[in-house]
Design a protein around this ligand. Structure first.
Ligand SMILES: Cc1ncc(COP(=O)(O)O)c(C=O)c1O
Length: 386
C-alpha cells in the first residue's frame, strides 16, 4: 500500500471541515455510517491533477476536452470490453439530475416510469418531479439472502403508458451485480414493450466479489444500446462526490438529442475540477481502485462476521458497493420500535432508514471507513440489537 493519505487505515478527522456525513451528528458521539461517501482521502493521482490545474490559476468556463473523452472511451473498453465513441458522451454535473432529465426526456405527462424497489430514493421521486407516474415492483430476497427479480410482478406493474425502465446496476441498496441472464431479461422486456432504459451504473467500479464482473446493459448488443442511457461517474469509486461530475453514454443519436433537449437551460456544465479529476481517475486511478476494493472486501467480511451474532436481523452483504442492507423488521416489531434510525442513533451509530428506499423496517449501513471506526460502529450496532 502507498504511503500517506492512501493508507485506508488512516483516520482523517472529517469533523475538521464541513461535510454532510459527519456534520449531521456535530457535538454528539455518533459514528456516521449513512450517506454513501467514504471516509478515505481521494487518490493522490486525482488530488495531484487538481493541484496542477489550480496552479494554472485561471478557472474559466471549460467544456470536456479530447484527452478527457479518450480516458472515458479507453476505460469502457478496458474495464467492460465496451467500445464507445466520444460523441456518445453527454457530460453532467450529477447522476440525480440525469435521472430526472431521463424522466423528462422520455414520454409525456402521466406516462409510466418503472423501477424495482427497494431503491436509492431519488429514483422514487424523479418521475413525479417530471410529471410522470412511478410504477414499481419489489425485488425479492431468497432464503440465501440474495435479492432477485420478480419478473411477474415487474411486468404486472407496467401498462401501456410505461415508457422508461430505470435500472440501478450494481444495485443500491441490495448490492447486487446483475448477471448477463438477468440483464438479458430486462432488455427483452424493454424491447418487447419498446421502453427506453436508463441504467444508473455509478457503483460499477466497486464490484467486491472476485468472481463477478460488471456488465453495462448497453454492452449486451447494439439494439439494447440503441434504447439505453447509461449513467456513470467517478464519484463513488474514487470518493469525489462533491466534485459533481458524471456522464451519460447515449449511442442513439435521436435519444441523445432528446436527452440534451431536456437538459437545456436547466442543467449546468460539470465543475472544471470534476472534469480534471475524472480524467485522472479513469486514466490513472486503477491501482488505487484495486487496493480500495481489497480493503472494502475485508470490511464486508467483518460486517458479515460481526452481524451474524445479531440473530434478530438478516444481513445482505453486497456483491458490489460499500453498503450493507439489513432486514430489521422482526427486531423492530418484537421490540416495538418504529423509528429505527432514532434507535441506532441513541446507541451512537448513524445509519440510513429503509423507509426512504421504499422499504420500512430495513436499514442501510455504510462500511466505507477505516477498520477501527468500522469495528467501533459494529460494536455499537450489536449493542443496539441486543
Ligand atoms: C445509485 C446512485 N445513483 C446516484 C447517486 C448520486 O449521484 P450524484 O451525487 O452524482 O447525483 C448515488 C449516491 O449515493 C447512488 O447510490
Amino acid at each position: 500500500m502507498a504511503d500517506g493519505v492512501e493508507d485506508f487505515d488512516l483516520i482523517i478527522d472529517r469533523r475538521a471541515v464541513p461535510g454532510e456525513k459527519w456534520s449531521r451528528y456535530e457535538g454528539r458521539d455518533v459514528i456516521p455510517m449513512w450517506v454513501a461517501d467514504m471516509d478515505f482521502a481521494a487518490p493522490e493521482v486525482v488530488l495531484d491533477a487538481i493541484r496542477r490545474r489550480l496552479d494554472h490559476g485561471v478557472l474559466g468556463y471549460t467544456d470536456a476536452w479530447p484527452s478527457l473523452e479518450q480516458a472515458v472511451v479507453d476505460a469502457m473498453l478496458r474495464d467492460y470490453g465496451w467500445p464507445i465513441e466520444p460523441g456518445w458522451v453527454v457530460w453532467l454535473p450529477g447522476m440525480v439530475s440525469a435521472l430526472n432529465v431521463a424522466c423528462r426526456a422520455i414520454g409525456d405527462d402521466g406516462d409510466g416510469v418503472f423501477t424495482a424497489t427497494p431503491i436509492y430514493p431519488p429514483f422514487l421521486r424523479a418521475p413525479a418531479n417530471n410529471r410522470r407516474r412511478l410504477q414499481h415492483a419489489a425485488l425479492r430476497a431468497g432464503e440465501d439472502g440474495r435479492w432477485r427479480w420478480d419478473w411477474a410482478a415487474t411486468e404486472a406493474a407496467m401498462d401501456a403508458s410505461t415508457r422508461l425502465f430505470m435500472l440501478c446496476n450494481p444495485h443500491n441498496p441490495v448490492g447486487r451485480v446483475f448477471d448477463r441472464q438477468e440483464l438479458e431479461r430486462v432488455a427483452e422486456i424493454c424491447e418487447r414493450r419498446d421502453l427506453v432504459i436508463c441504467s444508473d451504473e455509478i457503483h460499477c467500479g466497486l464490484v467486491l466479489d472476485e468472481d463477478r464482473r460488471h456488465l453495462p446493459i448497453a454492452a449486451l448488443d447494439r439494439s439494447v444500446a440503441a434504447r439505453t442511457i447509461t449513467l456513470m461517474a467517478p464519484s463513488k469509486t474514487w470518493n469525489i462526490p462533491s466534485l459533481y461530475c458524471a456522464f451519460a453514454i447515449i449511442p442513439d443519436r435521436d435519444l441523445r438529442r432528446r436527452f440534451r433537449h431536456a437538459m437545456r437551460g436547466i442543467v449546468p456544465h460539470p465543475n472544471l475540477l470534476g472534469l480534471v479529476a475524472t480524467e485522472a481517475a479513469y486514466r490513472d486511478g486503477e491501482p488505487w481502485r484495486r487496493r480500495l476494493v481489497r480493503y472494502l472486501r475485508d470490511n464486508r467480511e467483518r460486517v458479515g462476521l460481526r452481524l451474524a451474532a445479531a440473530a434478530a436481523i438478516q444481513t445482505t452483504l453486497p456483491e458490489a458497493t460499500y453498503l450493507a442492507w439489513l432486514d430489521c423488521r422482526r427486531f423492530a416489531s418484537e421490540r416495538g420500535i418504529d423509528d429505527l434510525t432514532g434507535h441506532f442513533d441513541s446507541h451512537g451509530v448513524g445509519i440510513s432508514d429503509g423507509r426512504g428506499f421504499g422499504a420500512p423496517g430495513f436499514v442501510r449501513v455504510n462500511f466505507g471507513c477505516s477498520r477501527q471506526l468500522l469495528e467501533q460502529g459494529l460494536g455499537r450496532m450489536l449493542k443496539a440489537l441486543r
